[in-house]
Design a protein around this ligand. Sequence first.
Ligand code: ADP
Length: 627
Amino acid sequence: MNKQQDRLSFRQAMAYTRRAFSIWWETAPELFLSATVRRAADALTPYVPLYFTARLVNAIAGGGDGGTVWPTLWLLLLSTAAAGAVRAAAGCWDEGVRDSRLWPAWNRVFFQKLLAMDFCDVDDPKTQALLTQILQNDNWGEFGLSKVYSCYGKLVEAAFRVLGALALSVSLFTLPVPAGGSLVWLNHPGCLAGILALLAVTAVVSPLLQGRSQAYWYRADGTQGNRAFEFFTYAAIQDPHRGTDVRTYGQDGYILTKSHREMPTNAFGIKSQLAKDFRGRAGALAATSKAVDRAFTGTVYLFVGLKALGGAFGVGSVTQYVGALAGLAGGVSDALATVGKLRENAEFLKPVYQLLDTPNRMYQGSLTTEKRADRSYEIEFKDVGFQYPGTETWALRHVSMKFRVGGRLAVVGENGSGKTTFIKLLCRLYDPTEGVILLNGIDIRKYRYDDYLALFSVVFQDFKLLAQPLGANVAAAEDYDRARAEQCLVKAGFGARLSELPKGLDTCLYREFEENGVEVSGGEAQKIALARVLYQDAPFIVLDEPTAALDPEAEAEIYTKFNDIVEDKTAVYISHRLSSCRFCDEIAVFDQGRVVQQGTHDGLVGAEGKYKSLWDAQAQYYQKSEG
Ligand code: ADP
């Protein structure tokens, strides 16, 4: 984002901000209620002792007897205590609501969008970069959506400060200095106008200068600094993959030096541009802003003091009026400063909306995939070609293939030959660039997307289980059929391990959330993932090399075993190891994005071609490693 070049106009910035408000409102309206109550209490509480202290001092100064002084004193004490209690309670309530709702709501906004987006856009590095930028901006200074919410609180507080101040200062202008004294000129309407003009100028100039000073903060880009901070403080050591390397290679010294030397200087440190700015112009602007503010307070003191001297009101009222006018100026100035902040923050809403406004370009059909008892779903690829977005090369080209219902198809080929791309198209994570994919003779784009997707159970190479109870992982849900989950685990070969687990299906996997969680090995995780496929009971199942980390024999064993338990489903097995898929009645050989051969193992190995040459090369390798 080039902040200087395409700076938003004030109107645009406010339109961006309004949209952010409505996003918050739609996502978590309860946040506004608690914030309003809390901020109103924050703003009005200081006025309570201000008002009653004035009454008390007036009573004492007026020579009031115990009859007026004591009740006023009690009123002051009780009302101050009550206001303080209300304020504290409102504060606790709001903190609770914020802590429990704010961050989840923020996440929900992006989470829902990412889930609703076309997968090809989620998978696009540009989307990932945008998301990182949004997260970094939020980390850097809560810029983006978070700032809009925190500014809401500030605006409400400012509004209540102004209202309270107006209520307490009206009589300052309506009570005249009694005629005859030398100070009657203070009754002249010009004085009122002068004070109000001064108030207006201060309320505008002070936040303006403050805003100019703050702008240095906004202009400094903390993204990189934050990234370095996170990386060198936590990620490099905490991340289990990096952490082991850091230890074994003794990189700790290097990381410490880096974190001391490089990280603080680039964004936050004493040598950073930001620090220099604040020692210079930005600091001077902030100081002038405060000076203007204090000059106003001084003038108000003078005006109120003179009016009291002239006899317009009791001496106690002096503190009330001074306090109220300071509150008035403070409220207006806070409101303007907050608007200034919102204006600057709107620049950080640009990447947010860029992400949220990513259109869904994939055609969404309306046909339902009828639930067929006979599972007779036939899929056909017709001259399908595909280029990943932003690339010129064909990851797949001229692929034509029919899936036999209930059959076992093996997709084999070297790494990079297009096998996974083929599966991504089959599951409609992407649409073909050329050609069509048909389900029972109809273009798959014409079906409802979620309906179509429900036909498949896929275990991808980099599948992930959740740090949640075992049963919930198998069922992909919190409430599930326990007997069925158990049955699927047993079928997938996890039965023996399951009977050892003290909490059975309720055993939590991994230790992220549960101290007693179990660490499962790669092989066990695969079995659980296979049980998940069985539980889902979709008519199509796909194993996309989830066993790549195992040795070839173990992989072949899992594939063969799985083949025995998938029953009448149509199964697709993918592997770069030909030996794993020998059992399949149909093998498609991929090479550089094309299907170059199709047939059975015996047929293919007996003919010259890609399959035979791969088979020979791999067999040679196994023999060598065995020998
Ligand atoms: P395989 O599963 O056989 O290893 P892939 O289907 O993953 O092969 O890859 C086929 C080709 O598409 C490769 O040249 C790979 O570099 C390219 N490719 C895969 N994923 C992407 C992506 N997200 N963006 C761009 N190119 C990709």
